[in-house]
Design a protein around this ligand. Structure first.
Ligand SMILES: [Zn+2]
Length: 298
């Protein structure tokens, strides 16, 4: 996956910042996001860098009607004439920046510890291969080191991955294509044609996803851990009320018969090429077909 790399300078953070909690953590936070936003963390008991980046929307709590939040709301938000509080963009962006700094810092720490572990392992291996040295203690140490090392990497690299809109979009459209193929080889649902996917973002990492099916129904997707779950949409597609699957299968089948006509006219290689296009997207396939047709008529 291609990730955007803005230059984020983690040297602005104390070296052992990821271990900071409570007052120590809030002191550093104040520096980046300001006193009021730091109070917002405190009031939510967000006590450490880890707990901050695991919260999908730090400002969501401001939507709650709660007297204890009123003074903070005044400081962090602009109040519209019809009494709606909107978080000041500058505060939002410094919060996002602060979170990115933490994620980047975690990323760097993981890489560093991976490097150190590698060096350590190779030292241990070197000792082990040297028969003149007793291998007993170091080999048991190495055994302990290796498994814990692997699990560490798997666990901690997950939040550092960039989960942005295009990540969700491709995850969702790929899941739907896979489901279609499993459901029926004739079924093809294309985003923008058979369904529309709406990803609405409230911050860099917080999304809501809704699918509008061709039949007109709207289906909200539920997020489980990192990814959106498609089960709601699949349930809808196979329900009696939805006509999209039935229609799409019919169209795909009639397209195939057109492809077969072309086949009888010309080369087989063009047709097989077309068929793979057919599975991917219908409009693109139509264009190819046109081209193939022109080639043949010359
Ligand atoms: Zn439908």
């Amino acid at each position: 996956m291609t990730t955007f790399k803005r230059r984020i300078n983690t040297s602005l953070l104390p070296d052992d910042f990821l271990s900071y909690t409570d007052a120590k953590f809030y002191n550093v936070a104040k520096h980046f996001i300001g006193e009021s936003a730091s109070e917002l963390l405190e009031i939510q008991s967000i006590r450490s860098p880890d707990s901050l980046i695991l919260i999908s929307d730090v400002f969501a709590i401001l939507d709650i009607k709660c007297a204890a939040l009123n003074s903070l709301k005044e400081k962090l938000c602009l109040k519209s004439d019809d009494d709606i509080y909107i978080v000041k963009p500058g505060i939002k962006s410094s919060m996002n920046y602060f979170c990115e700094l933490i994620i980047q810092k975690k990323d760097e720490d993981i890489k560093l510890s991976r490097k150190q572990n590698k060096r350590y392992t190779s030292v241990v291996l070197a000792i082990n291969t040297d028969s003149s040295i007793t291998t007993e203690p170091s080999s048991s140490r190495q055994q302990q080191l290796l498994p814990s090392n692997t699990t560490n990497i798997v666990q901690s690299s997950a939040p550092a991955m960039l989960v942005n809109e295009s990540y969700h979009r491709s995850f969702i459209t790929n899941s739907i294509s896979n489901w279609c193929q499993k459901y029926s080889s004739k079924l093809l649902l294309t985003e923008g044609v058979d369904y529309h996917l709406f990803l609405i973002t409230s911050s860099d990492t917080n999304f809501t996803a809704t699918i509008r099916c061709k039949c007109g129904s709207k289906i909200a997707l539920v997020k489980f851990q990192k990814n959106f779950q498609l089960s709601n949409f699949y349930k809808h597609l196979v329900s009696l009320s939805c006509t999209t699957v039935k229609k799409s299968k019919r169209i795909t089948t009639s397209n195939k018969s057109v492809a077969n006509e072309n086949d009888s006219r010309g080369s087989i290689s063009v047709t097989s090429h077309e068929e793979s296009g057919l599975k991917r997207s219908a409009p693109c396939d139509a264009a190819k077909k046109k081209r193939a047709y022109q080639t043949h008529s010359k």
